[in-house]
Design a protein around this ligand. Structure first.
Ligand code: FES
Ligand SMILES: [Fe+2]
Length: 393
């Protein structure tokens, strides 16, 4: 956060009038104001008052496959360190040495037994305890054990399936409570059965919130996604449901049209284990508040992270998961490629729309919009959750 921005309070953007407009019934409500999508100062506030206060994605457990694997990451603009310890557990720390504040780890490292600071070589165990301080007392007079309570600064961290979540301020609700509605929504799909096969990323010229909103907007399918419109039954398209802070949706295939979302359904690969007959014709979606989406199909899943790059630019990461060995079996390589390619086409169809909805937020006349009662329940809920978290005492 630049020094010039630190003094700006959230009330400059979310004043009483805005909060009152958000609280009105959907038909009369207004969404977040344009500046929430265009002003770098608002993104700086989001880093401090939204992403630091909630559970947010920090990395994939599969990316730290072995004990001693260490990954520097950035979360909410803060440098963090993910470490898989000797017992296989994953911890998160602020990526800073408690001595003089040097960044502890600059690049991904594998198989470490200790973490050593590049400035004066203070050395820490993988669980963050100080182990040694060379020349600490004077030249050639070392401190081997660490005779005070110096430790790395821990960050609250939970691994859920392949996904590592952190809570920077340490005050969010227990992770189990946070994720419970999402787990319940995917009940019947055993997420522990999937393996990550690949990662792709796309960048959009829009604020991260617009990318999230567009991602879960079924309304625009008829116009922006003609191929999807052809295969997706109109009567089965629904607005997002709200559960906890999250958003959910589902789509039921016709029983005789199991590829009901086109080739990205991935049929032909193994189904989730013990999938019920009903779930074999269902896909389910969730926006995990604030900036994650998870899609689950009968044969595959995607984990999506909307990474804010600036107020007006977002990188959308998508990791592709398949059931068990289908993630690596050469026999399924072309089906996996098809799934990814179909998502690429779909995301490219959204690229221009994302640019357009961002450009519109630069018009002074726009006041948060007129919301569509059938479709925009999820968008209003999303805006309300953001405002509520950011203005909490
Ligand atoms: S700053 Fe890390 S050892 Fe001095
Ligand atoms: Fe779209």
């Amino acid at each position: 956060m630049s020094g010039a921005l630190t003094g700006i309070g959230v009330e400059r953007f979310l004043d009483r009038e805005v909060m009152a407009a958000l609280a009105r019934p959907l038909e009369q409500a207004r969404g977040l104001p344009s500046a929430a999508f265009t002003d770098e100062a608002f993104l700086a506030l989001e880093r401090r008052l939204l992403f630091s206060r909630t559970w947010v994605f920090a990395g994939r457990a599969g990316d730290l496959a072995k004990p001693g694997d260490v990954r520097p990451v950035e979360v909410a603009g803060r440098p963090l360190l993910l470490v898989r310890g000797r017992e296989g557990d994953i911890r998160a720390f602020h990526n800073v040495c408690p001595h003089r504040g040097a960044r502890l780890v600059g690049e991904a490292q594998d198989g470490r037994t200790m973490l050593t600071c590049p400035y004066h070589a203070w050395t820490y165990t993988l669980d963050g305890r100080l182990k040694a301080r060379p020349h600490f007392h004077r030249p050639d007079c070392h401190d081997q054990a660490g005779d005070d309570n110096v430790t790395l600064f821990p960050v609250r961290c939970v691994t859920w399936h392949d996904w590592i979540f952190v809570n920077l301020d340490g005050k969010a609700e227990p992770f189990e409570d946070f994720i419970a509605p999402v787990s319940a929504w995917f009940d019947g799909f055993d997420l522990s059965a999937v393996r990550c096969a690949s990662h792709r990323a796309w960048e959009f010229d829009c604020n991260w919130k617009l990318a999230v909103e567009n991602y879960c907007d079924f309304y625009h399918v008829f116009l922006v996604h003609p191929a999807l419109h052809q295969v997706m039954a109109k009567e089965a398209r629904k607005a997002m449901l709200t559960m906890g802070r999250h958003l959910m949706n589902e789509y039921w295939f016709e029983a005789d049209n199991r590829g009901g979302l086109g080739d990205k359904s991935g049929f032909g690969m193994p189904l989730f284990p013990e999938l019920s007959a009903a779930n074999q014709n269902r896909t389910c979606y969730s926006v995990v508040f604030p900036n994650i989406a998870i899609n689950v199909y009968p044969t595959n899943a995607q984990f999506v992270h909307f990474e804010p790059l600036s107020a007006g630019r977002t990188r959308m990461h998508m990791w592709f998961y398949y059931v068990g060995d289908a993630a690596s079996d050469p026999a399924h390589a072309s089906l996996r490629d098809t799934v990814v390619e179909e998502w690429h086409k779909l995301n490219m169809e959204d690229e221009g729309i994302c640019r357009a909805i961002q450009a519109g937020r630069h018009c002074d006349a726009y006041d948060g919009g007129r919301l569509a009662p059938y479709w925009d329940t999820g968008t209003l809920h999303f805006h309300r959750q953001i405002a509520q978290v950011m203005t909490a005492a």
